[in-house]
Design a protein around this ligand. Structure first.
Ligand SMILES: C[S@@+](CC[C@H](N)C(=O)[O-])C[C@H]1O[C@@H](n2cnc3c(N)ncnc32)[C@H](O)[C@@H]1O
Length: 319
């Protein structure tokens, strides 16, 4: 009875495109895999179930709270998992510390878990009124509060334009700086209201909250998300066995572009300028790309789990 109550209270996350992840990632039933974004353990659980607990998994997450929920959700499987509170941009060091040379596959499901959005109380969502923290990793120095209250109009505008692709970046930045003159902007609802007011009503998006892009932009900036992805991919490939797979699920175009370009670079056998008669760069193709266009979730999955709707999955195989 007590266990049943505990189970009900532990948040879970429906893993996105779990069937596709297994199909592409698992090349060996007793393989060693890295779940670079363990989250609440959804993908790890499906891999372990599929491999009848024969596989082992190194599970990374920067969020220690997520890691502790995952360890409770996955208590049945503990002997198969190495839990690591680390950034995936340090995947090389993590495996080195565990004295692991190569692995059979690496999966990353980018972004945030439902727990972080719905109940971490760190200001990721404009739906609730929470302190503007937005750090997935509490060890990071700057919070969203720091950026919102200390950056100049130019700096805020650039963050919103580059990381949010926000058309109204300058208007929003000006409104933020103007308002914080009276008192600091300290909560998610305060920021969301400012953005709502800054964008002319007739240009409010129909299906999403007008502050969606602003929140995405500050979250990316606070967590250095795009730099981490690029560094991660570069370090992950040398850690794969020949034939091992890398599977990455992204949720917006900025992430997907980095994955696409990094995969293209890794698969290319030459980076010499086009007009060079003979190749002199010495580069070799390191991966074979399985997904020239990204895989997307089925209509049925999106119906059952609307958070999967913008997912894009790309897969590479180490040569
Ligand atoms: C979409 S969730 C993963 C959900 C997980 N696949 C599941 O099924 O439960 C993304 C997770 O990645 C973590 N994360 C984001 N950036 C990270 C990074 N650079 N290194 C490690 N973990 C990261 C987040 O804290 C979050 O818990």
């Amino acid at each position: 009875m007590e266990n049943a109550i505990l189970e009900q209270k532990t948040p879970t996350h429906i893993p996105v495109m779990a069937e596709e992840v297994i199909n592409y990632l698992v090349t060996s039933q007793d393989g060693l895999y890295v779940d670079a974004t363990l989250g609440l353990g959804g993908h790890t659980k499906s891999i372990l179930d599929f491999t009848n607990y024969k596989s082992r998994i190194v599970g990374l997450d920067v969020d220690e709270e997520a890691l502790s929920i995952a360890s409770s959700n996955l208590s049945k499987y503990k002997s198969n998992i190495f839990f690591q509170n680390s950034n995936f941009s340090e995947i090389d060091r993590v495996l080195q510390d565990l004295e692991i040379g190569e692995v059979d596959g690496i999966v990353a499901d980018l972004g945030m878990s439902s727990f972080q959005i719905d109940s971490s109380e760190r200001g990721f969502s404009f739906i609730r009124d929470e302190y503007l923290d937005m750090r997935m990793d509490p060890r990071l120095r700057f919070t969203a509060y720091d950026l919102v209250n200390e950056m100049s109009v130019d700096e805020i505008s650039k963050v919103l334009k580059v990381y949010g692709e926000e058309r109204w970046s300058r208007r929003i930045a000006k409104r933020i700086v103007q308002n914080r003159g009276e008192k600091p902007i300290s909560t998610s609802a305060e920021l969301a209201n400012l953005v709502y007011e800054a964008i002319p009503k007739k240009f409010h998006p129909v299906r999403i909250h007008p502050a969606t892009k602003t929140f995405q932009a500050f979250r990316i900036a606070v967590n250095h998300e795009l730099d981490n992805i690029e560094e991660f991919i570069g370090k992950a490939i040398p850690l794969l066995k020949a034939g091992g797979r890398i599977v990455i699920i992204s949720f917006h175009s900025l992430e997907d572009r980095i994955v696409k370009n990094s995969f293209q670079h890794l698969s290319s056998p030459c980076v010499c300028p086009r007009d060079f008669p003979i190749c002199g760069c010495g580069k070799k193709s390191e991966i074979n790309i399985f997904t020239r266009t990204p895989l997307v979730p089925s209509d049925e999955e999106v119906l059952n789990n609307p958070r999967a709707r913008s997912a894009k999955m790309r897969v590479g195989e180490k040569l």
